[in-house]
Design a protein around this ligand. Sequence first.
Ligand code: CU
Length: 161
Amino acid sequence: MTARHLLILFVVFASVQAKSSIVAPETKVIVSNAKVLLPPPPQSAAAMYMIIENHQDEAITTFAAKSAIADNISLHEMTMENGVMKMRAAKGLTIKPHSSLTLSQGGSHWMLEDLNEPLYEGQKIPVTLCFNGGCQSIKVEVVHPMQNQQQSNGHGHHHHH
Ligand SMILES: [Cu+2]
């Protein structure tokens, strides 16, 4: 058994644990608009964004993401240091009760590192997200960076000729 297999076993075990320890986590923590930006070749790493809504009366902290597509997924946050935006690794991101957190370009994000296969546009990647209190499985779509720009700047102002 390789270290990789052990990791997969751990993920499966963690998600089984989560299901038994929390009542209907899907209805309390809602993840939407999850996407991975298609990285330029040679695809060494890819950024992942999403919106996480916390409908619980307690704060939640998101601290881990796992996927077969990448050997490592780390959490990065942007901080201002002497007037300069810097990216640094974060242990977790906390979402207050009944509020949401948007991970987006220029802000906090997940970074998929050591990709195991090439990503392609439209691909749906299964990802397990873990919070304090439980894990949940989501599907994340790979989008082209240009398409992501349009989505975030669009606001429905499309003109048809
Ligand atoms: Cu980063």
